[in-house]
Write a protein that binds this ligand. Structure first.
Ligand SMILES: NC(=O)c1ccc[n+]([C@@H]2O[C@H](COP(=O)([O-])OP(=O)(O)OC[C@H]3O[C@@H](n4cnc5c(N)ncnc54)[C@H](O)[C@@H]3O)[C@@H](O)[C@H]2O)c1
Length: 211
């Protein structure tokens, strides 16, 4: 039977997550938000896009948690996002109360789910969900590392790409042009690049070899 995935918070993060879940046919999707009408509309839009994606997942939306009953996975993306100049910590008190309320509802209808917390400040919100849910720690996951790793890969790839465009061979750089004091750091970065972003590196290799 197909998995059931609930996403609480149908904003930028929630809707993007819903789209990925539907495109990859990870499960049937329930979108929940305090704004019921908007969420029904977003769910309908996504459902009607499934023929384009070649996916036959069901998508429903609203603000009624009975829709979420017996979800296998719940993604918590409800809460305020940062405004320019705000730190994640400034979201603490408002998002604590939002995540607390939503988690209570999630647990009521899906006591056996895995809860993936995205709302910020992430570690604090994951802790709120952990405490409120009473779930064992292996059923509460904070979503941060994957994004940070992906950003890290992107930045490193961009740096390497700039070197390659400038016609600088990274191997040459490592072998002598860089002052000794930077070599270890630089080598670490390049090794990470090789480990993390193989496809991009193949592409860069051909760039580096161009006369
Ligand atoms: N962990 C990460 O890597 C990461 C990345 C991006 C964003 N975030 C965080 O995710 C959260 C959502 O970001 P966004 O950009 O989607 O914001 P958004 O404003 O686009 O969406 C948030 C949604 O939550 C809804 N909401 C608010 N209170 C609610 C409640 N009580 N019940 C149900 N829904 C409620 C809002 O109506 C809104 O639709 C923010 O806290 C943001 O900081 C985390």
């Amino acid at each position: 039977m197909r998995k059931k995935i609930t996403i609480v918070g149908a904003g930028m993060v929630g809707l993007t997550c819903a789209k990925w879940a539907v495109v990859q046919e990870l499960g049937d999707v329930v979108l929940i938000d305090i704004d019921a009408e908007m969420t029904q509309g977003k769910a309908l839009d996504l459902l009607e896009a499934t023929p384009v994606f070649g996916s036959d997942c069901k998508v429903v939306g609203g603000s009624d948690y009975t829709l979420t009953k017996n979800s296998d996975v719940v993604v918590m993306a409800a809460g305020l996002p940062r405004k320019p100049g705000m730190s994640r910590d400034e979201l603490l008190s408002k998002n604590t109360s939002i995540v607390k309320t939503c988690t209570e509802q999630v647990v009521k209808y899906s006591p056996n789910c895995i809860l993936i917390v995205v709302s910020n400040p992430l570690d604090a919100m994951a802790y709120v969900a952990y405490k409120v849910s009473g779930f064992p720690k292996n059923r509460i996951i904070g979503m941060a590392g994957v994004l940070d790793s992906s950003r890290f890969k992107t930045f490193i790839a961009q740096i390497a790409f700039m070197f390659s465009i400038a016609g600088i061979n990274i191997t040459d750089l490592l072998s002598g042009i860089l002052p000794d004091k930077f070599k270890d750091q630089f080598k670490l970065i390049i090794q990470s690049l090789f480990r993390l972003n193989i496809k991009r590196i193949n592409f860069l290799d051909s760039f580096c070899n161009m006369e």
